[in-house]
Design a protein around this ligand. Sequence first.
Ligand SMILES: [Zn+2]
Length: 83
Amino acid sequence: MIAKPDPMHALKCHQCGPETEDVVTDLPFKVRGNSIVIIKDLPVRQCGNCSEYLIEDAVMAKVDILLSRVDASAEVEILRYAA
Ligand SMILES: [Zn+2]
């Protein structure tokens, strides 16, 4: 389980300011210059106003681990974010 941020410190959109909502989406990440990794079912926060995504530190830390295991010879790899 991903720890929810303290409501007193809810992530706010850095583009336009309003509170963001929890959503689950698929996002591409570029790794080592020439590989694209698509992570499916990624829990992120999305601004309801401008659709900007924010990724919490705890989620990003896990994404970093997933990306570090990717085979650099693959141009595109699809992973599933498992909580
Ligand atoms: Zn926004």
